[in-house]
Design a protein. Structure first.
Length: 457
């Protein structure tokens, strides 16, 4: 009985901790047709995490556990648009109560809103007329004649805005300074890059534009990555700075020129990625990325580059191979590039795959026949991570030779080569390029003849 009571107490404590962590959002809206979306900020862009459809009274709500303390966004429609979006600062245990009006305005309601969101709301109230002119350009028909003077007034007022508005939350009190800087920049750059009935010459831009330098925002990733529209802002600042410098895009050096405005290598990778999405062929992709691969640093960037590249792949002879990186049975990571100057035969298999296992004796015979030749045999298991012990046991039981690698599911290599079924066999040349992305099986005598011809040539 005591054990049951102890377990119950522990569960209640755990549930209590979780209950203390949740954020509660309650709101009302005049838009009964569209769901209200909740977004987190991920690498300088919005990523939807939930949506709620209002009831007939216009009420909606969210109840969630925040992954971080910082900016979240509520809004409608196009996920990456500035229109119909509202920023809030959320942390564990926060309660947010709001009213959304005509999809373009919000007010705080009730008495439960945090000090952080009260300050953010005051900043919103100071800038909302400027936002209406910049973001809702199709409604206000604002031009630079009225916008630039209003912008200069708001910039001036922003300098004293934070006086007497400390919340006691040191993290927010530091972050709000960046939010003010970023908000003013996104409104300014958005204004000059959206449709207007009249556009200023660069010499007519107001003084504030001369203070906006992409390099000031891109010294590291934090400013750009923690802001909902960070990547969009970075590209806009680059374009602004090029315009200010009277630089024109050239057919050969336009991207190199853009990257000169960005000191941080990770953000350079994001800039390159933004220009790759319209590419139509594998050759064009390779030509445009050849000099910039060193800037694809984060796992997210590497996934993005593969998402762009994989649909373009033809797997023709001479195409670049996927430079996999997996541990061997001793735990040492091995990559395709480790075997430069050797031909490489790759077997994609799994312990649960009977056709794969049936090929093992033929593969062992092939390895023995070609012993001493300039070719490396690599077997990559796509068994799930939980089945690693089975893989190790099979290496021992079957006396598997060659290089044995474990990919924990191998989703990256399976996706890269669009492999829908295994086994799959591939041959690569001494420089890491594809010879055959779908070679004959070891049980087919043609494979030995093919490899022998490749080596002899």
């Amino acid at each position: 009985m005591r054990k049951i009571l102890n377990i119950t107490v522990i569960l209640l404590l755990i549930l209590g901790v979780k209950a203390q962590s949740q954020v509660t959002i309650s709101g009302e809206t005049t838009n009964l047709e569209s769901p209200v979306k909740l977004y987190k900020v991920f690498d300088g862009q919005l990523e939807q995490i939930a949506q709620a459809r209002p009831n007939q009274a216009g009420n909606f709500g969210f109840y969630f556990y925040p992954e971080y303390e910082g900016l979240f966004v509520l809004g409608y429609d196009n996920d990456q648009s500035l229109q119909k979006k509202f920023k809030f600062y959320l942390k564990k245990e926060d309660r947010l109560s709001i009213s959304l009006t005509n999809d373009t305005l919000y007010t705080l309601s009730g008495k439960s809103n945090s000090k952080e969101n009260q300050v953010l709301n005051k900043w919103y109230n100071l800038t909302k007329s400027l936002e209406q002119k910049s973001v809702y350009f199709d409604n206000t028909l604002s031009t630079f004649v009225d916008y630039f003077p209003a912008q200069e007034i708001t910039v001036k007022e922003s300098k004293d805005f934070l006086k007497g508005k400390q919340t006691g939350n040191a993290k927010f009190d530091a972050a709000i300074k960046d939010i003010i800087k970023l908000d003013l920049a996104i409104l300014a750059t958005n204004f000059v890059s959206t449709p207007r009935t009249a556009h200023p010459k660069i010499e007519e831009y107001s003084d504030f534009y001369s203070t906006l330098k992409a390099s000031d925002f891109a010294k590291n990733t934090s400013l750009i990555y923690n802001y909902p529209y960070g990547k969009r802002l970075l590209l806009s600042l680059i374009y602004l700075n090029k315009t200010q410098a009277h630089l024109k895009d050239t057919k050969t050096a336009w991207l190199e020129e853009d990257l000169k405005f960005v000191p941080n290598d990770t953000l350079k990778g994001d800039v390159v990625l933004s220009y790759l999405k319209g590419i139509k062929s594998e050759g064009e992709f390779d030509a445009k990325t050849r000099n910039f691969v060193q800037f694809f640093i984060t796992d997210h960037q590497k996934k993005q580059i593969n998402a762009i590249k994989i649909p373009l792949l033809t797997y023709k002879g001479g195409s670049p191979a996927f430079n996999f990186s997996y541990p061997d049975e001793a735990g040492k990571n091995r990559t395709l590039s480790d075997f430069k100057d050797k031909y490489v035969f790759v077997d994609i298999w799994a312990t649960w795959c009977k056709p794969c296992v049936d090929e093992i004796p033929y593969l062992q015979k092939l390895e023995e026949d070609l012993k001493g030749k300039n070719i490396e045999f690599i077997s990559i298991s796509v068994d799930a991570g939980k089945d690693k012990a089975k893989w190790l046991n099979m290496i021992k039981d079957k006396k598997l030779s060659g290089v044995q690698l474990f990919s924990s599911g191998g989703q990256d290599i399976l996706d890269y080569y669009k492999i829908a079924g295994i086994p799959r066999f591939m041959i690569f040349d001494k420089t890491g390029k594809i010879i055959r992305a779908d070679a004959p099986r070891p049980s087919d005598p043609e494979l030995k003849n093919l490899i022998q011809k490749i080596i002899d040539n």
